[in-house]
Design a protein around this ligand. Structure first.
Ligand SMILES: *[C@@H]1O[C@H](CO)[C@@H](O)[C@H](O)[C@H]1NC(C)=O
Ligand SMILES: *[C@@H]1O[C@H](CO)[C@@H](O)[C@H](O)[C@H]1NC(C)=O
Ligand SMILES: *[C@@H]1O[C@H](CO)[C@@H](O)[C@H](O)[C@H]1NC(C)=O
Ligand SMILES: *[C@@H]1O[C@H](CO)[C@@H](O)[C@H](O)[C@H]1NC(C)=O
Ligand SMILES: *[C@@H]1O[C@H](CO)[C@@H](O)[C@H](O)[C@H]1NC(C)=O
Ligand SMILES: *[C@@H]1O[C@H](CO)[C@@H](O)[C@H](O)[C@H]1NC(C)=O
Ligand SMILES: *[C@@H]1O[C@H](CO)[C@@H](O)[C@H](O)[C@H]1NC(C)=O
Ligand SMILES: *[C@@H]1O[C@H](CO)[C@@H](O)[C@H](O)[C@H]1NC(C)=O
Ligand SMILES: *[C@@H]1O[C@H](CO)[C@@H](O)[C@H](O)[C@H]1NC(C)=O
Ligand SMILES: *[C@@H]1O[C@H](CO)[C@@H](O)[C@H](O)[C@H]1NC(C)=O
Length: 506
């Protein structure tokens, strides 16, 4: 009886499983629309039949080679209790990746991460089997945004290389957001014509947000997470920061679960499953980070996710990750974000949201932690944040031992006046004396409520490391200090008139 039930279940699942569409583009048809419903039903059954059906589900998943691979790999390395084992399975290498806009002069002694363009080229040439990419939008050529500029050369090159991958038998899957900002872009059509599988995920309909994540997964082994969209400006005109981790199957497999959650939502009638099927569960989170050596430095790592509707119980929410890093800081919290805004701005318009702000102030006041906030200001920045920044800055007081400073990072426009939405610091990271958080979200309410984004949290014992400069946390800290001390970081009270920063008119 049990076996006949489970085989019926398997058949249903087989017919309508969203995993089935793993290898093709979405073709609207009725069968697929029933997929999620069946999945929901199946998930309901799962609760009743518990382990038995879970086994059936696993059996079914075994038929799906790629999924099987993913499951296999994710169990290859267990966090915490088997840490030593883990280290052998996973000797990962980490690289800090940056884009510094053209014509910015930091002086001769400044050090930088590996250029994003170089890191991406390297990932592309490494790829042997598959690449999965999530990006808010795609605009790798000047034409995509109606601009003529020779500085789109790197973007064109990346597009050409991506186009060539399917012919090399490397499968490429790409997700981007619907609604999107790059309405004229032809990149995804071009890629599709060359065999790349493409889906636009309607986060507008799903969560009233957007897909704002930016990450790559290569051969389920190497990952990029950072602020850079698939945009030529992200390689030459916008300041970006991210991380590439090589040879890290456990993390890549974990990030793939998030990619896959977007992919299965790439149908016009898709609805978010409640709860998410067991495939999306993770064993790597805030409570149980992955113990792994990153470039020979013992580290604890996990990936956080947003919005909450895309997080199974076991996945740490992006906001919780940020709050956790803030609350664990003992000496300093250095934050560099494109936009900081203690409110919601989009769908849930104009709601005050002092969640992160309170945590920062509490750290300063209760734990004597030094906070530095480096917020981006460009031509298109919204000056409505200015009163909030001033209020934070006003708390800074040597006599009362409250150390909280705010600076604006301004990328000089130079002669690049005709390129829209450019010449800004697009970074979204935070570093403390022992932890690094590299994310894809602005720090405002929407990004943790409705918008899709990911964060990478790395914890390292920097103070006991023989050379802190070899740790990712140490490197990120140095990058922050480089920027904070640079001529491009302007204290609020010294802003004066700066045509490259929209706040100076306010
Ligand atoms: C989506 O739902 C609408 C309305 O229920 C239906 O007309 C349409 O055929 C469905 N599309 C797909 C791809 O199933
Ligand atoms: C799964 O892991 C086992 C043991 O680690 C290995 O022998 C097997 O080849 C793996 N299967 C796949 C499909 O990777
Ligand atoms: C991980 O790093 C630690 C400290 O650097 C080192 O002692 C250990 O041997 C490394 N583990 C592996 C598997 O390389
Ligand atoms: C650059 O570094 C060298 C060696 O550390 C030092 O002598 C020199 O003064 C530095 N130059 C600047 C401009 O900071
Ligand atoms: C790609 O795979 C197909 C089928 O497996 C094979 O015939 C072809 O030679 C491969 N092409 C390359 C460039 O590896
Ligand atoms: C990944 O590990 C393999 C085997 O240890 C090594 O040969 C390769 O160079 C590593 N790749 C990168 C990008 O570090
Ligand atoms: C977050 O989303 C919920 C609906 O899911 C909404 O009620 C709430 O107001 C939103 N919060 C903010 C701060 O935007
Ligand atoms: C707070 O930290 C600063 C250095 O960061 C230190 O000089 C000061 O004594 C500390 N104050 C208290 C009350 O611990
Ligand atoms: C912009 O300025 C830089 C240096 O300031 C110069 O090298 C470059 O040629 C200029 N570009 C244009 C289009 O004028
Ligand atoms: C957040 O960042 C994006 C780019 O990543 C930017 O376009 C947007 O205006 C920023 N601000 C808000 C509140 O979303």
């Amino acid at each position: 009886m049990y076996s006949s039930f489970s085989s019926t279940f398997e058949e249903d699942y087989e017919l309508s499983s969203p995993y089935k569409s793993l290898h093709d583009n979405y073709v609207p048809n009725k069968q697929r629309s029933s997929g999620v419903k069946t999945l929901l039903l199946a998930t309901g059954c799962l609760i009743i039949l518990g382990g038995l059906l879970a086994i059936a589900l696993l059996e079914e998943m075994k038929n799906e080679e790629k999924i099987n691979n993913a499951v296999n790999q994710s169990t290859a390395c267990q966090p915490e209790p088997h840490a030593e084992q883990c280290d052998h399975v996973n000797e990962c290498r980490v690289v800090l990746v940056e884009s510094i806009p053209l014509w910015m002069d930091y002086g001769s002694n400044a050090t930088f991460g590996v250029p994003t363009y170089k890191a991406w080229k390297d990932l592309l040439s490494t790829a042997a089997e598959q690449i999965e990419i999530a990006s808010f939008y795609w605009s790798l050529t000047g034409e995509d945004i109606g601009v003529k500029s020779s500085t789109d050369q790197f973007g064109r090159d990346i597009l050409e290389q991506l186009k060539a991958l399917p012919a090399r038998n490397v499968s490429v899957r790409a997700v981007s957001s619907f609604p999107s900002v790059a309405t004229k872009s032809t990149d995804l059509e071009v890629l599709r014509a060359n065999g790349v599988q493409v889906r636009r995920i309607n986060f507008g309909k799903l969560t009233r947000g957007i897909l704002h994540s930016k990450f790559w997964i290569v051969d389920r082994k190497h990952i990029y997470i950072g602020s850079a969209n698939m945009d030529w400006r992200a390689l030459t005109q916008v300041k970006e920061l991210g991380v590439v981790i090589y040879n890290c199957t456990s993390l890549a497999t974990d990030l793939h679960k998030i990619f896959q959650s977007y992919w299965v939502m790439g149908h016009s009638n898709a609805t978010i499953p409640i709860p998410w099927p067991p495939f999306y569960d993770t064993s790597i989170n805030k409570e149980q980070p992955l113990h792994v050596n990153l470039s020979d430095v013992q580290s604890k790592v996990y990936i956080s996710n947003s919005p909450p509707a895309f997080c199974p119980e076991s996945r740490t929410k992006d906001l919780d990750a940020i709050m956790s890093v803030v609350s664990q800081a003992e000496q300093f919290i250095h934050v560099a974000v494109m936009e900081y805004f203690p409110a919601s701005k989009f769908y849930y318009h104009h709601r005050y949201w002092p969640v992160i702000e309170n945590a920062l102030i509490r750290s300063v006041f209760e734990r004597n932690v030094t906070v530095r906030l480096l917020v981006s200001c460009g031509r298109d920045s919204d000056s409505a944040v200015l009163p909030f920044l001033k209020s934070l800055s006003a708390l800074n007081s040597a006599s009362y031992s409250m150390r909280i400073e705010v600076k604006l990072y301004i990328v000089p426009l130079g002669n690049e006046t005709n390129i829209p939405y450019t010449r800004v610091n697009h970074n979204k990271y935070m570093v403390t004396e022992s932890m690094a958080y590299v994310g894809t979200s602005n720090w405002s309410a929407d990004y943790f409520n409705t918008t899709a984004g990911v964060g990478l949290v790395i914890s390292q014992d920097v103070s006991h490391s023989p050379s802190p400069g070899d740790t990712l946390v140490g490197q990120l800290s140095a990058v922050f200090e480089r920027d904070w001390d640079s001529e491009f970081a302007v204290p609020l009270e010294k802003l004066g008139h700066n045509p490259d920063c929209a706040f100076s008119a306010a």
